[in-house]
Design a protein around this ligand. Structure first.
Ligand code: CO8
Length: 258
């Protein structure tokens, strides 16, 4: 078992859980944490016993942003040459579905980390924002792009230009999160959603994820063509045979993830 300093990991019922664990810094995302989250996620992605990932923080903070104290001493050449934060892109390349369970602050990089996940569940205490402008910087982990695609230009502009935050209810109305649940139920709900996904055929869930994500990258015609090719490909899987046989035989499907 890999030992981490800034996160906790566990597995249950085909779900890999990553808990950000820098409570004194409200889970600020330093480079160590970035390396550990992306490494743990890549391990779960490779593990045939895992069908879905959950990323969560604490009750008070999912993550209060990139670690400002770690960033502060850097100059342009430092961040340019090290391509500061580029490693977060690896999380967007995870092929299995990911669920963010957000309670408390999801600010700056914290909001961006949630948006890197496929399903975002929010506690009623969640607060989302891109307050980088108050620090004299702009979002650096995709916030200006993913927030705009999620909630539209009007809200994204206001949030990125003024640092205004959104509460959970507004985030749900705006389409940033799929559902709001009472804070006490958040992790249980997130694990239940993840277990549902993990109970499907994993390769088919990966194709569904890939297809939905394609909508952010391409035209409607190309996206539909991409979806059609993957849909046809599902007929080459054992799980399509099993899923449809189970339906006609009126029984539960037993997927073999092939
Ligand atoms: N980085 C480092 N430490 C932090 C951070 C952070 N982002 N957020 C909180 N902490 C620390 C505090 O410094 C404090 O530590 P200490 O006790 O040692 O002073 C501890 O966490 C608790 O925080 P507070 O005392 O401030 O708690 P409050 O409840 O009073 O306030 C807030 C909570 C409102 C969340 C407040 O902490 C806050 O405003 N934090 C900063 C939020 C923010 O601005 N986030 C955006 C950061 S920038 C970013 O994410 C992307 C930058 C992209 C750059 C790209 C470069 C290539």
């Amino acid at each position: 078992m890999t030992r981490y300093e800034t996160i906790l990991t566990e597995t249950k019922n085909r779900v890999g859980l990553i808990t950000l664990n820098r409570p004194k810094a409200l889970n600020a995302l330093n480079l160590r944490l970035m390396g550990e989250v992306t490494a743990a996620a890549a391990d779960f992605d490779r593990d045939p016993e895992i069908g879905c990932l959950v990323i969560t923080g604490s009750e008070r903070a999912f993550a209060a942003g990139a670690d400002i104290k770690e960033m502060q001493p850097n100059d342009y050449m430092d961040v340019y040459l090290s391509d500061w934060f580029a490693a977060w892109d690896r999380l967007g390349q995870i092929r299995k579905p990911t669920v963010a369970a957000v309670s408390g602050y999801a600010l700056g990089g914290g909001c961006e980390l949630a948006m890197l996940c496929d399903i975002v569940l929010a506690a009623d205490t969640a607060v989302f924002g891109q307050p980088e402008i108050k620090l004299g910087v702009i979002p650096g982990i995709g916030g200006s792009q993913r927030l705009t695609r999620a909630v539209g230009k009007a809200k994204a502009m206001e949030m990125c230009l003024t640092g205004r935050t959104m509460d959970a209810e507004e985030a749900e109305r705006a389409g940033l999160v799929s559902r709001v649940v009472p804070a006490a139920d958040l992790l249980g709900e997130a694990l239940a959603v993840a277990e549902t996904v993990a109970g499907m055929s994993t390769p088919i869930a990966m194709m569904a994820k890939e297809s939905v994500n394609r909508a952010f990258e391409t035209t409607l015609a190309e996206g539909v063509r991409f979806e059609r090719r993957l849909f046809h490909a599902t007929f080459a899987t054992a799980d399509q045979k099993e899923g449809m046989a189970a339906f006609t035989e009126k029984r539960a499907a037993t997927f073999v993830n092939r």
